[in-house]
Design a binder for this molecule. Sequence first.
Ligand SMILES: C=C(O[C@H]1C=CC=C(C(=O)O)[C@@H]1O)C(=O)O
Length: 438
Amino acid sequence: MSKTPLIITWPAPATLPNQLRCLTAFALHYGLPVAMWRLPQAQTTQLCFSFSAEAALTGLPPALEATAPAGFAFFPFRDTDHNPALFIPADVWFDSAQPRELRINETASGAATLLPKLRKWLAAENLDSRTKNQEDEAAGHDLTTEKLATNNQQPTTNLPWHVSPQPVPHEASKEEYMALVERGVAAIEAGQVLKVVSSRAVRRPLPAGFDALRAFVELEHRYPLAFASLVSAPGAGTWFGATPETLVQLTEDGRFCTMALAGTQPRPPAHSPYTAVWRQKEIEEQALVARYVVSCFKQLRLREYDETGPRTVAAGELLHLRTDFSVNLRRVPFPTLGTDMLRLLHPTSAVGGMPKQAALDFLHQYEGYDRAYYSGFLGPVNLPVAGVSRLYVNLRGLQLRPTEAILYAGTGLTVDSDPAREWQETELKLTTVGAVLN
Ligand SMILES: C=C(O[C@H]1C=CC=C(C(=O)O)[C@@H]1O)C(=O)O
């Protein structure tokens, strides 16, 4: 966002779902990257897109400084040519807290051509035509094959979502996944790693008439404590999910925050999370992640951090152990702490393992598929205001393809891991985002 954004107002009142659909349709129509999100415990949804697809291809982790550009970071697990690191500049930013306004960076590359087109798109007749599509769907009228063919759209929804150019990842069978877990445990026993987080991808057909925007709204409602997001970008495809894990936050009140989240058990219905009992395996698994965070502070020679926990937290139908870390940046002047910690933390031992490089090498050699953006990170930078950023680990999510969804889940292994139990844990984690496919 430029220092003084241009504010344009919606020409006519519209509902939030219609506003999101209208802006997304515009971005996708012009092949632009777009992201929408709802922060944990927030009531409002935000959306941004860039006027240039090329501008999003930064290839770098974002700088978390107040003077850096505002936008949405979308970073892969491993930064490779296959899965480019993206930063979607917020050339157009919408916050449902100010539902009549759109903030525009009119100096952005591509703005001169696209801004007049956006103004036209927002005109009432465009919104109305989108409303009509929604009415058709709500009434159970799927778009016909003929309509899809003429619109060159995907059968998944009536919007031309970006599709990843990468092949669909290999789907591990139960036997293959249990063999991977056994290999991981053997690597731990042999002293090659202390902990490794194995994972797998699962293919699910999309239900008839599946609508990603409606699924996003459903995720927002189902998981009020999660960071809910939907991102669609050229080169990356379309991803959405509801993650419980903060990677790095720089808050309005001048704090740096991160967390060590690990250890999983099902959340028993009608039980308070505070009554949960944890096995030694999960306690150790989470303690390693906390140790890793502390080691990052040590590398930066920073001692003035507060540590709270571990305590049990709920994430949808699951429980995890979580330790929170925070630094008061008004008392500890360390302007690059966010940027430095981000580079040290990712990928944390909650998604890679420990020691970091040995665990990543193990996964590269044996995991057997490309995680792409699963267990990468994502979130707004310098939005809503300069100096405030919230990045999350990309968990409990899926990748949308034209006729199917690819779901991802992983489990932290320690020397005590039981393969069948780890498989079961991935099944459990898949139910978070899987709920919107039913
Ligand atoms: C790797 C995932 O979760 C991580 C975060 C919390 C608990 C985890 C666990 O218990 O293994 C994982 O470390 C995932 O959801 O795919």
